[in-house]
Design a protein around this ligand. Structure first.
Ligand code: BDP
Length: 708
């Protein structure tokens, strides 16, 4: 009696005080008590967790269910015997599961099913899979349903991932500096590894597993060759051991010149037999330590990195040589298509396609070419990359940037789900209508999606509470590229802030990316960023060493008009798309206004759909962006008291920063474009707070994340 009174008290306290302190460390796996009626409903379907298989991953799945369901229901749910409301988990190696004769083999290596069934006359829930990791994924799925306050009745879920490689790319250096990182230092404490296993490594792996991420490239694409030395491999091995039971493989970024730098060879020419032998031996050495090592990620002949081009060899020759070294062990090469050469006058947006498309079909079968979502570089809005659909005989994986280098770092609230959805749902028209980017990715024999990670040592992992949503959404979309950004937002919001506020939180998130586009670079403008760190506006910058590093290269604004002419009369980048798209996007009358200035240089007087001139529309979009941030502030203020105070307060302060920076972007860009166009501000528009010279003089040399 006393005991149950204690539980009731605990429950009452937990329910009555949503304002209890939280710092965000628990991510979307908080498992705070549900409202009483929902908690009762879940508890009736989760009396105990039954497993009769002794496998580490299945043990983790059981422990997660017990932890999660206990937290959500406020009751102690533990392992036990089969009874009404039990959750029975396992693979066909479990006698109980085998007896059910479920179609497990068809689920593939990572799929699962979650089903309400009757076992030995008792209604139970089964989480079953062909392999243990599927059981783990299924456990997280059941918890997601419970966290959203949804019913665990009559479950009939069958799931398998649509893409095979769902990997985070960490741009982390050996000294723990994170390139384009806004969440503290690298999680990998190389100095203390392998001796010290920070519990955070396990928490990281658990969070990834909860959204189906199954790989981590541990180091920066601008790679240090030292990562491949035995001293570092011992440390990598330790991390791999910690991640393995969570279904996560480790990969490394490989520097192409490593045979010279750490191997003592005179060349890194991929066709030199000594070079190939060096990489084979290196692969053997790695696999002796890490039998399930995933493979190499390579940035070659891009932004000063070495590559096969240094020896007159093609990307395929370089990639295939590495692939041959990994092949006996089952590893893959993820070869990046992010290339543009400083000595080429060709439009930067065209260069990856020009270089890679002719290599279609020339890559070894364990090479996958990693293509950024758009042709330039993770801008707030880009059309999809023209290589998608254009290399039918080559597996392509899509790379997105979870870390917000170009969308306001950690302080701006920008949910990236809609941006990725926009790309994944784009129709490539190759070979025919309906072939979306998602389909192109999923049809490859090797398939995948990579996300440049946004995690670091900050307590809240991502630098802000809302940036956790981007990590979460990446995992969900890599698992199922047809998943909807709005559904994912609602799930994340329910899990992270509570089911009662899921709708208003998701509503804020869904408008947030367009807000950033509006106050930074609307109507297809791109790369207006300040130099190097990319913090803040710099549309006037025109003095950098390479023309295609200068914002003026991208917007080409002058007295007559603005925009990059990528039509046939211009750079003809539009010609790299399927004819149906080239036609639509190549005509200013039919291109979506959101991409107008990406593809066209148009006069300031041009009439827009709104009836305004282009100049008026541009200014209106900048104003709209700032207004959208103000609206988010209002929406968030309305949630005070409905979520815990500590996180609420942090988000409020960040929104205040975002509002000020949105204003800064708007003012600086309007001041600049007014000057180059020689135009007065449209009637009624509030003038920028300062003269243009003031914005041009802003310097922020210590802005975080800059490459070095
Ligand atoms: C750019 C980043 C740079 C990266 C590069 C890449 O500014 O730090 O090294 O992409 O993807 O967006 O290689």
């Amino acid at each position: 009696m006393l005991k149950s009174l204690g539980w009731m008290m605990a429950l009452w306290v937990a329910c009555a005080t949503p304002a209890r302190a939280e710092d965000g460390y628990d991510l979307w796996l908080r498992y705070r008590p549900l409202p009483a009626a929902q908690a009762d409903a879940v508890a009736s379907k989760a009396t105990t967790v039954v497993r009769d298989e002794d496998d580490e991953t299945i043990r983790l799945a059981a422990a997660e269910l017990e932890r999660g369901l206990s937290g959500l229901t406020g009751r102690r749910i533990a392992g036990g015997d089969l009874g009404e409301g039990a959750i029975v988990i396992g693979t066909a190696r479990s006698a109980r599961i085998a007896a059910l004769r479920l179609p497990l083999a068809g689920l593939g290596p990572e799929g699962y099913l979650v089903r309400s069934v009757t076992v030995e006359g008792r209604p139970v829930t089964v989480i079953a899979a062909d392999r243990p990791v599927g059981v783990l994924y299924g456990a997280f799925r059941l918890l997601r349903i419970a966290q959203a306050g949804q019913s665990l009745d009559r479950l009939a879920i069958v799931e398998r991932p649509r893409l095979a490689l769902r990997v985070l790319n960490h741009w982390d250096n050996p000294d723990r500096y994170v390139e384009r990182g806004y969440a503290g230092q690298s999680l990998w404490d190389w100095q203390k590894l392998p001796g010290f296993s920070d519990p955070r490594y396990t928490d990281y792996a658990r969070a990834n597993a909860s959204v189906g991420i199954n790989g981590a490239v541990l180091n920066n694409v601008n790679a240090s060759p030292d990562m491949l030395t035995p001293a570092f491999l011992t440390k990598v091995e330790r991390l791999a051991t910690i991640f393995r039971p969570w279904g996560i493989r480790v990969y490394l970024s490989a520097k192409f010149s490593a045979p010279i730098e750490i191997g003592g060879l005179k060349t890194a020419d991929p066709l030199d037999p000594a070079v190939a032998a060096w990489w084979r031996a290196k692969a053997d050495e790695i696999y002796a330590r890490i039998p399930d090592f995933g493979g190499f990620l390579v940035k070659a002949n891009s932004e000063g990195q070495p590559g096969p081009g240094d020896y007159g060899r093609s990307h395929a020759e370089g990639a295939n040589m590495l692939a041959a070294a990994l092949k006996p062990h089952g590893g893959v090469v993820m070869w990046r298509a992010f290339v543009y050469a400083h000595d080429k006058p060709e439009d930067r947006a065209k260069q990856a396609y020009s270089e890679f498309q002719p290599l279609d079909g020339k890559f070894a079968d364990n090479v996958i070419v990693q293509v950024k979502n758009g042709p330039i570089d993770f801008q707030p809005r880009e059309p999809f990359h023209p290589l998608f659909g254009a290399m039918p005989r080559t597996p392509l994986m899509m790379e997105v940037q979870i870390t917000k280098e170009y969308l306001g770092f950690a302080t701006h609230l920008a949910y990236l789900g809609p941006m990725w959805e926009e790309v994944l749902r784009s129709d490539t028209y190759r070979p025919r209508r309906g072939m979306t980017v998602a389909k192109v990715l999923a049809q490859s024999r090797l398939s995948g999606m990579a996300g440049v990670a946004n995690v670091g040592t900050d307590r809240n992992w991502s630098g802000s509470q809302f940036d956790q949503a981007n990590w979460y959404a990446f995992g969900r979309m890599a698992w199922n590229p047809d998943d909807r950004a709005s559904d994912i937002a609602r799930d994340w919001a329910a899990m992270t802030w509570g089911p009662a506020v899921a709708d208003p939180v998701a509503a804020m998130m869904l408008q947030s990316r367009q807000a950033v586009v509006d106050y930074m670079m609307p109507l297809g403008l791109h790369h207006l960023f300040a130099t190097g760190h990319h913090y803040g506006p710099g549309p006037w910058v025109d003095d950098l060493a390479r023309p295609d590093w200068n914002p003026v290269y991208y917007h080409k604004a002058d007295r007559a008009g603005i925009g990059f002419d990528r039509t046939r009369s211009g750079s003809d980048a539009v010609g790299q798309y399927a004819p149906a798209l080239a036609k639509r996007w190549g005509d200013p009358a039919t291109v979506p206004e959101d991409l107008l200035l990406w593809f066209h240089h148009v006069p300031w007087e041009r009439r827009m759909a709104s009836g305004r001139t282009l100049w008026e529309e541009l200014v209106a979009r900048y104003d709209r962006g700032v207004a959208e941030v103000a609206a988010m502030q209002g929406q968030w203020a309305a949630l005070r008291g409905r979520v815990d105070e500590q996180r609420h307060d942090e988000v409020s302060q960040f929104l205040t920063i975002q509002r000020a920076e949105a204003q800064w972007w708007r003012d600086a860009c309007i001041a600049y474009f007014a000057e180059v166009s020689g135009r007065a501000l449209p009637a009624g528009v509030v003038p920028p707070t300062h003269p243009l010279a003031w914005y041009k003089a802003v310097r922020t040399p210590y802005a975080p994340g800059n490459g070095r």
